[in-house]
Design a binder for this molecule. Structure first.
Ligand code: PMP
Ligand code: GLN
Length: 383
């Protein structure tokens, strides 16, 4: 009977976090911050539950949040958005992504995705019938191979998916790369799905530029955001998207049957945050930069090869030096959790194409300084 069921895998985040709990390991695997978002937002989330009706809000989202999302887009990326026709509130970016695949993809459509990638893309896009065409980013800085990207477009290509700042690498796409992607989208009439959940988590001289802000791209891009990343409230699962009405219309159809709507008290709290707490999300980049520098220096001192990163809250390390004969990144990450007491994510799990690198692990560093120090100490003692 099992053969009749779908073959969706268990997400690597669940696998590694479960193992970390079982072995009381310091979890630098799954990405979630130790420090939470603004107090005012928590108060509004709870007080609005008493002050407003607790029945289904509009399937598009509450107007306050949709208006705030439009203002946020214009203020931070200079992209004007008509809140009434160009916004949708989702259950985290995760549901937004699933709704995009279900609404925009027909079986057999090709979707170009950069390898490695966040794990939900491939599973959900394939369930929607997409044929994933992976284009592998080049190590060590995960740059886009522009020739290979251009060669990946076929008459069946419908969409290019881009995630900047990038999970798992922390890469921030450059203007040159974005312009090349935009040129391909325009030349071949492609949709661009832009996962920009880490838009405010940039540092080290890098700047986040949205593909949607480039000339002639506004009407072919959907751009996704998340309160999990912008306000460090990963448990709230409030996300949003902006895009042209012609692309949002089919996505909204999928959204109505996936979840219909999103808890309204949380939406109102996020609306408040977007309008009134820019200092919070603008402080994330500088504070993460300090944590990244600390962890990167310590890892390098222990013999890890630290790859460059300028955004999100991940850093990838080359663990070749520590691999035992025949051991790959997954086996190493497991051993490190069980025996060393530190949890990471093996990077091969983020690849779709053949022969992924098997010497890389991802560390998440949006953690308390004491936790980072404890992890470093355990690594030093074990390796
Ligand atoms: N996209 C990327 C690249 C992510 O890292 C995450 C966070 N896990 C998501 C989407 C999902 O965000 P959310 O928690 O808002 O569903
Ligand atoms: N986005 C987080 C990460 O990459 C985890 C999200 C999840 O567990 N689904 O680690």
């Amino acid at each position: 009977l099992n053969e009749l069921f779908c073959s969706l895998p268990t997400t690597i985040f669940e696998v590694m976090s479960k193992l970390a709990m079982e072995h009381n390991s310091v979890n630098l695997g799954q990405g979630f911050p130790d420090a939470e978002g603004p107090e005012t937002m928590k108060r509004i989330a709870s007080s609005t539950m008493y002050d407003f009706h607790n029945q289904y809000p509009s399937l598009l989202g509450v107007p306050e949040l949709r208006q705030a999302v439009a203002r946020h887009s214009e203020a931070n990326q200079g992209i004007p958005v008509d809140w009434a026709t160009e916004t949708l509130v989702t259950v985290g970016a995760t549901e937004g992504l699933a709704a995009c695949f279900l609404g925009l993809i027909n079986p057999g459509d090709e979707v170009i995705m950069f390898d490695p990638m966040y794990d939900s893309y491939v599973s959900m896009a394939r369930r929607a019938g997409a044929v994933i065409v992976p284009v592998r980013l080049r190590l060590p800085d995960f740059s886009v191979p522009l020739d290979e990207l251009a060669a990946a477009v076929t008459p069946r290509t419908k969409m290019i998916m881009i995630n900047s700042p990038h999970n798992p690498s922390g890469k921030v796409f450059t203007l040159t790369e974005l312009e090349a992607i935009a040129e391909l989208c325009i030349r071949h009439d492609l949709i661009a799905l832009c996962d920009e959940v880490y838009e405010h988590l940039v540092f080290g001289g890098a700047a986040h530029i949205s593909l949607r802000s480039l000339p002639d791209m506004k009407n072919r891009c959907i751009r996704l955001g998340s309160a999990g990343k912008t306000f460090s409230f990963t448990a709230w699962k409030v996300g949003w998207m902006t895009g042209p009405p012609r692309l949002l219309a089919p996505v909204i159809k999928a959204h109505q049957f996936l979840v219909f709507t999103v808890p309204s008290s949380l939406q109102r709290a996020v609306a408040h945050g977007l309008d009134n707490e820019p200092d919070f999300y603008r402080s994330l980049g500088p504070s993460l930069e300090v944590k990244r520098r600390y962890l990167a220096e310590q890892l390098a001192g222990l013999g890890f090869g630290v790859l460059p990163s300028h955004g999100a809250y991940f850093v990838i390390a080359d663990v070749s030096k520590f691999l035992r004969p025949g051991e790959d990144d997954a086996a190493f990450a497991k051993r490190l959790t069980v025996e060393g007491g530190v949890t990471t994510i093996p990077v091969s799990g983020f690849y779709v194409g053949p022969q992924p690198p098997t010497h890389l692990v991802r560390f998440c560093y949006c953690k308390e300084d004491a936790k980072l120090a404890a992890a470093v100490e355990r690594l030093g003692a074990y390796l």
